[in-house]
Design a binder for this molecule. Structure first.
Ligand SMILES: NC(=O)c1ccc[n+]([C@@H]2O[C@H](COP(=O)([O-])OP(=O)(O)OC[C@H]3O[C@@H](n4cnc5c(N)ncnc54)[C@H](OP(=O)(O)O)[C@@H]3O)[C@@H](O)[C@H]2O)c1
Length: 257
């Protein structure tokens, strides 16, 4: 039987690459993002190139009913979701004291609240059908505090901790959860987060979105819980785990500045 994959943030970057990978794997897709025009263009291209059926659902993930609207859309069409990819997200570079508060709270809504709601809505049917996968896109930012992007780093720490905890609760149910923790990757993310001048993207080698997603896909299929693409990223995280947090937070500040 063909699997159906729901991907948020599918209009660009990692979400779009995941859509291509799952289409190649002969899965049907439900693609979510705000930009309807881009989603329809992607649907047309994927259906032409691969043996797949693509539904698009334009939805802003900020707002109380965003996740419910997506769930009603799939349920009303009789679509069972086998794999949920919670990928939509964004960051914002700069001092918190000078930030736009609405942008910070929207970030929490998209990166955290909508992810939690979608997990809650789709995990029950997955448990019932004794099969399912949830891939939550976190970041290497999850492993340490992030001065100059404090809210973003905190949202990704939440996603990592939440996913690890859920993986224990879901043992034996047939449902597997994975937190993908990429390092700097070439997508629209850096531009949208005003990161062009941050040392994080200027000084570190940025991975390709395709490589990150292929690695993430393969590890998810092996039921891995925490997935970190790239040797350097793994090394950096190992180092940050062994250094005192009081030093790590300043190191991150110096790298980001
Ligand atoms: N690129 C990196 O260096 C990097 C590193 C680690 C983790 N990540 C994570 O990877 C994930 C994907 O980001 P990306 O790098 O692929 O960046 P991207 O190219 O900017 O893609 C972000 C996606 O999220 C969607 N999105 C943003 N705000 C939304 C909202 N309010 N409602 C619905 N959808 C929204 C965007 O679609 P619309 O604009 O059409 O809504 C877009 O499809 C994010 O969670 C990010 O935190 C990225």
């Amino acid at each position: 039987m063909r699997e159906t994959v729901l991907i948020t943030g599918a209009s660009s970057g990692l979400g779009l690459e995941f859509a291509k990978i799952f289409a190649y794997k002969r899965c049907n897709l439900v693609l979510v993002a705000r930009n309807e025009e881009k989603l329809l263009e992607i649907k047309k291209k994927l259906e032409k190139k691969y043996d797949t059926h693509v539904e698009v659902f334009p939805q802003d993930l900020t707002g109380e009913d965003a996740a419910k609207n997506i769930y009603y859309f799939t349920s009303s069409k009789g679509i069972d979701i086998d794999i949920l990819v919670n990928n939509a997200g964004f960051g914002d570079f700069g001092k918190f004291s000078e930030s736009d508060l609405k942008k910070q709270t929207d970030m929490i809504e998209v990166n955290v609240t909508s992810l939690v709601k979608l997990c809650r809505l789709y995990v029950r049917p997955m448990i019932k059908q004794k099969y399912g996968r949830i891939l939550n896109v976190s970041s290497i930012a999850a492993f340490q505090p992030g001065p100059l992007m404090p809210v973003y780093y905190s949202t990704k720490a939440f996603v990592l901790s939440f996913t690890e905890a859920l993986s224990v609760e879901l043992r034996g149910t047939g449902v597997h959860v994975t937190a993908l923790c990429p390092g700097p990757t070439v997508t629209d993310f850096a531009n949208r987060a005003n990161l062009e001048h941050s040392g994080l993207f200027k000084n570190l080698k940025n991975a390709s979105a395709r490589d990150v997603c292929i690695y993430g896909y393969k590890q998810m299929m092996k039921n891995k819980v925490v997935v970190i693409p790239g040797k350097l990223n793994k090394l950096g995280i190992m180092a940050s785990k062994h250094l005192p947090r009081s030093i790590v937070k300043y190191a991150v500040y110096l790298i980001q500045k």
